[in-house]
Design a protein around this ligand. Sequence first.
Ligand SMILES: Cc1ncc(COP(=O)(O)O)c(C=O)c1O
Length: 283
Amino acid sequence: MIVYLNGEFLPSGEARISPDDRGFVFGDGVYEVTRAVRGQPFAAEAHWKRLETGLRELGIRTSLDSGRILEIYLRLLSENALEDGEATIYLQVTRGRAPRAHAFPPATIQPTVYAFASRFSPPIEQRRAGVNAITYPDIRWSRCDIKTVNLLPNVLAKQKAVEMGGWEAVLVRDGVLIEGSSSNLFGVIDGELRTYPRTNYILPGITRQVVLELAAELGIPAREAPIFVGEMGRLEELFLTGTATDVQGIVTLDGYRVGDGVVGPITKALWEGLMGRLGSSIS
Ligand SMILES: Cc1ncc(COP(=O)(O)O)c(C=O)c1O
């Protein structure tokens, strides 16, 4: 595999990052995962904007811009023979290599920029069948809107889900279903779509935004408002969204059936709509 590291394209086995890198020592960095279909990154500008916001919030200065990132992405796709079918591209930017000290290093320290692309095949049968999920306490910090590489609470939540025979953990904060450990969450109650509002407690998902647009186009009533734990029994449908999650229906939550226990019509319509926008085949 050919990867990108600090201005160079090189075999992954030759890519070296210092143990003094602040990404390793402090988790001091941000990342993005972008979908590519037939060689074209999807919503590249929106992903760049979110990365740029994260970098600004953390005070990490780079010379990157959306044009340079697109060049890197296109070259990774071509170098790795990923221009047909689908792929995901991972990009991580850390504050760089410096002797260990909490405060920022001098401004002369260059950030570390690392990216790679890999083959992605959406699990169509799983999308149609739905998945099991569990609820799990949201023990993350209060800046979940920044896509940082500090993912330990997310890792613990997902691991618990896997141990319980589930596919995703729905994070619960103050009696509210917030989002998945690596996805946003939507529910349908009384025929109305609901997803947690865009605040510091969720990642502003690119897919979430597309799904809200699709709902408006399809005439599905939608509201950015919390779903309370006390309303779980009223959920007609529940689904997750994300770059590699698409629109993924949840059919059981904590072992209880959601709605009729199958992927519902609103979830299905939005999944099909998203696949259409992506240009991704579902046949
Ligand atoms: C916590 C969390 N929420 C939501 C998402 C979905 O975001 P996007 O649709 O931009 O992939 C992700 C994606 O990794 C995530 O980690």
